[in-house]
Design a protein around this ligand. Structure first.
Ligand code: NAD
Length: 483
């Protein structure tokens, strides 16, 4: 495949300049579709993070810090337009880097543009309040940026996660330091190039690729950071929160889930079926909001099992450029994690499996999508996040059972209810322990307008929508006594 990379991927962006890491070291980036080396990226570390944080502070004292909300919004909107002009290149880069089928990679690039459009338009629409108070006072609130925000991004949806976190932070006037994942960081660099072209001032966005234990740890512990946004695993999120806690820095954590779909006897199964399967296998299951548990009421359980098994039989897995339903996992390491978890299901019946196409390179990180049936709710595969194309079917009898099982994991990111009973829809929307609840759909098309985030070990804080703008700003109360 000819590479669509139009920038030098081996550099960091610091203070508006593209520079090698201070150590001069690089890391190899691998194409998970065939195991080939794509290029080398910078191996940033403490010194690079220090320089990036200093540059971000300088940006706050310079043109970026003085820019009006209207102007910031215009820059974001321009970034969105330039992203749309480059959608095909961005999709090709992401397909190569992450292993996403091209259709999904393209959807991610379009979503990145949409975040910029949404936040660009919202920049001058976040207002404070006046508060009626004692005689002789005028009291009002100001929404101000935190200052310098750190963004640690995983490999599964780089463009969407950069859009929702860096986009919102810039909108509110923060200066940002972005640490993309070492497995997939090309679209982060492409985004930074585009932002420069759109007129983002030097230092407002700094990008330091590198290893989590080096650049990531340096960023989360940095005393010059005022807010951290992290998306990734629970274990790493806890480390980031501990490090930030030592500096008393607020943290937004988005840590994945074990999201259920609840299918009742009265559900419209024809409408539900595509969502039941797709929500589990999209991006080869490497989605924080993947639906990995399908809870089905007893009367329709066999029907749902049979129809999902048929759908699994038609799933094909292969190189990202072939744009099949699934590509490879991100890496051999992730394949080993998922295979290890699949082995824990040796005691379970397999209802259906997809196929890896014969010509898929043996050096690619492919796994067969697998649907397990009759899974006890406390089974490890019904409790642990797998982050691969694996779903479990769990039968239930009553509405109360469904809620109890749905709420029985340590996660709570997304849930959906399939039923025609309006009262049940309202009851369960309240009873499910989850950051988002969908009724007769799953994901609602992933709208950038919809606040997103978890409860329990799915994390805390909200990104997307206006909630993200509140999260990436702090409220100041001004009380003026004038007599
Ligand atoms: P990870 O959480 O270790 O990595 C995510 C990001 O954190 C990357 O940018 C990484 O460089 C950085 N990081 C790693 N160690 C760090 C540290 N000590 N301090 C600061 N930053 C650090 O995830 P992973 O190892 O790439 O994947 C492992 C598992 O995590 C997956 O199997 C999956 O279950 C989960 N995961 C979840 C999401 C999600 O969207 N919620 C995304 C990726 C991975």
């Amino acid at each position: 495949m000819t590479t669509p990379i139009w920038f030098d991927p081996s550099l960091c962006l610091i203070d508006g300049a593209w520079v090698p890491s201070a150590s001069g070291q690089t890391l190899a980036l691998v194409n998970p579709s065939d195991g080939s080396e794509i290029c080398h990226i910078a191996r940033g570390g403490q010194e690079d993070i220090d320089r990036a944080v200093i540059a971000a502070h300088a940006a706050l004292d310079g043109p970026w810090g003085k820019m009006s909300a209207l102007e910031r919004g215009r820059i974001l909107t321009r970034i969105g337009q330039l992203v749309l002009e480059r959608v095909d290149d961005l999709a090709a880069i992401e397909a190569m880097d992450v292993g996403k089928p091209l259709t999904q990679a393209r959807a991610d690039a379009v979503a990145l543009a949409r975040y910029m459009e949404f936040y660009g338009g919202a920049a001058d629409k976040v207002h404070g309040e006046t508060i009626p108070y004692l005689d002789g006072y005028t009291v009002y609130t100001l929404r101000e940026p935190h200052g310098v925000t750190g963004h640690i991004v995983p490999w599964n949806y780089p463009m969407q996660i950069i859009g929702r976190s860096v986009g919102a932070a810039l909108t509110m006037g923060n200066a940002t330091v972005l640490k993309p994942a070492e497995e997939a960081c090309l679209t982060a660099l492409a985004f930074a190039q585009i932002a420069q072209e759109a007129g983002l001032p030097a230092g407002a966005l700094n990008v330091v690729p590198g290893l989590g234990a080096e650049a990531g740890a340096a960023l989360s512990a940095h005393p010059g950071i005022h807010h951290i946004s992290f998306t990734g695993s629970v274990a790493t999120g806890a480390l980031v929160q501990q490090a930030a806690g030592r500096n008393v820095v607020p943290v937004t954590l988005e840590l994945g889930g074990k999201s259920p779909q609840l299918v009742f006897n009265d559900a419209d199964l024809d409408a539900a079926l595509p969502f039941l399967v797709n929500a589990g296998i999209q991006n080869a299951g490497q989605t924080c909001s993947a639906s990995s548990r399908i809870l089905v009421q007893r009367d329709v359980y066999e029907t749902v099992k049979t129809r999902m098994a048929q759908a699994y039989g038609a799933l094909t897995v292969g190189p990202a450029t072939e744009d099949l339903r699934l590509g490879p996992l991100i890496s051999d390491r992730q394949k080993d994690i998922v295979t290890g978890l699949l082995n824990k299901g040796a005691d379970l019946p397999i209802a259906g499996q997809g196929v890896i196409v014969d010509h898929a390179p043996k050096s690619g990180a492919y796994v067969r999508p697998t649907l397990f049936a009759d899974v006890p709710p406390d089974h490890p595969l019904a409790q642990q996040e797998i982050f691969g194309p694996v779903q479990v079917l769990i039968p239930f009898d009553t509405e109360a059972d469904a809620v109890r099982i749905a709420n029985s994991t340590e996660f709570g990111l997304v849930a959906s209810i399939w039923t025609r009973d309006g009262a049940r829809q309202m009851r369960l929307a309240k009873q499910l322990r989850s950051g988002q609840v969908f009724i007769n759909n799953y994901g609602a098309g992933g709208g950038v307008e919809l606040p997103f985030g978890g409860v329990g070990k799915s994390g805390h804080g909200r990104e997307k929508g206006f909630e993200a703008l509140y999260g990436f700003s702090q409220l100041k109360t001004v009380a003026a006594y004038h007599g």
